[in-house]
Design a protein. Structure first.
Length: 77
């Protein structure tokens, strides 16, 4: 599946499966760390960033957050 250039709001409107597919095909891992039983991974996708929060005990994603550079938390800058 080919994804056009998009903004964070367009990314968030995609189905969960399509979000993961876009991250898998176009995302570049920028940072990853484990804290309190969760793995946080930051990917650069197109012109924005996506943070994945994954429960390491259940191996499931709990949250996908799309962010512009200006909105990145301090631990990623």
């Amino acid at each position: 599946m080919k994804f056009p250039i998009m903004r964070t709001d367009q990314f968030l409107s995609l189905a969960y499966k399509d979000q993961l597919q876009l991250i898998s095909h176009s995302g570049k891992l920028k940072n990853s760390f484990i804290e309190n039983g969760y793995q946080f991974s930051l990917y650069k996708v197109k012109d924005f960033y996506v943070e994945l929060k994954r429960n390491i005990h259940e191996l499931s994603f709990e949250k996908i957050t799309a962010l512009d550079y200006s909105d990145l938390p301090a631990q990623y800058k």
